[in-house]
Design a protein around this ligand. Sequence first.
Ligand SMILES: N[C@@H](CCC(=O)N[C@@H](CS)C(=O)NCC(=O)O)C(=O)O
Length: 420
Amino acid sequence: MPHSVKLIAQLDKTNHRFHKVKIISNIVGVNIETTPEFTLADAKSKEYTKLFPLGKVPGLIDGDFKLFDSNAIMFYLTSFAPQTSILGQNPKESALILQYMFMSEADIMPHITAVIYPLVGNIPYIKPVVQSAEAQLKKALLSLNTLLIDKTYLVGDRLTIADIDMVCNLSMPMRFVADEKYRKEIRNVTRYFKTMINKKEFKEVIPDFKFCVEMLKPPVVKKTEPKPAKVKAELKSKKETVPKPVKTGKDEGDDEAALAPKPKSALDLLPKSNFNLEDWKRFYSNNDTKPTAMDYFWKNFDPEGYSIWKVDYKYNDENTLVFMSNNLVGGFFNRLERARKYAFGVMLTLGVDNDNVISGYFVIRGQTIPEEVTDAADFESYSFVKVDHTDPTIKEEVGDYFAWEGPSLPKPFADGKAFK
Ligand SMILES: N[C@@H](CCC(=O)N[C@@H](CS)C(=O)NCC(=O)O)C(=O)O
């Protein structure tokens, strides 16, 4: 029976770190138990950070042995191989393998992520920062180009873990950034990459690699029309009616009044609700959504203290790759931080690459959308429509969205994120 280990990682098609581990595990014949449900957001959960405090994935568990970092995991897995040429055949080769792996991680990878993450929406796009990273990446790849001038493999005449590391890292720019013209400028790197990616060891794990045709474009920032004063005033009057602080008989400028603790949010002044959002979030995280968590939700939901909203991305017809749509949601959630105490939501990416929609449901404190939500930079890119929580169709849909599966989802589930 082959040895079995558990690998905690998100399994999306472009996860080069998962690819590395999978390739090596195939080579050495170790069975990997994966976590198809795991998302990057889960890497910050208590359960995961208890095991791996850095909150980075992948993480490997082998009995009571825990290991993080994809390269360290590759290294560990090679110990199950009867032949060791994958770690070099002599001390010099082993040292060269380390040299190339450090180069790949320290001198190339940071520039790759600095160029690609803003383009796919993982981090904000700041033009001069990205341009500088592009220049640095080109410089690093030109150095690699020189090193590869007379090489098929990075070290010796066989595949080593240095190649697996380098090729998987290079798969990011080769997929998203390096168009044909770019690839010609780094022709040795391109030749090397093509030779490797067509080898059986890589093809088994990345069967349909597609080279970049056109470099990814920066995300379009939707310019929202400034709201006319009248609409602003209407929005304001629709906001929760906040009871005025009781007058103490002193002037507003009094020290005592100034020292009185101010509520952090208008929502803190709403009548107390028996529905405890924190308890719900915990219950949702620790139980099967259907039926257990949804039964709890409908039993405890307080329609006076909270409202439910259908949320749709307004520009779904412009969505391209599934993971980019899901990243948009990640960005939206990051900028909703102020609302975390007052809202819970699930946003799903439904469909397939180049044909997907982002939609979901939110549960929000109060009966209107609070400023904690409307102030989020991308709020205007989403439509919020309040729904009737007594409507059985809505109830079923809310359950399906919260469970990330079910017949009422308009397209097949592709990915999702929970705001909790
Ligand atoms: N050197 C680490 C880096 C791990 C890493 O950055 N993983 C990404 C996902 S592919 C991650 O956890 N990102 C979340 C974060 O940085 O907070 C490795 O190769 O495993």
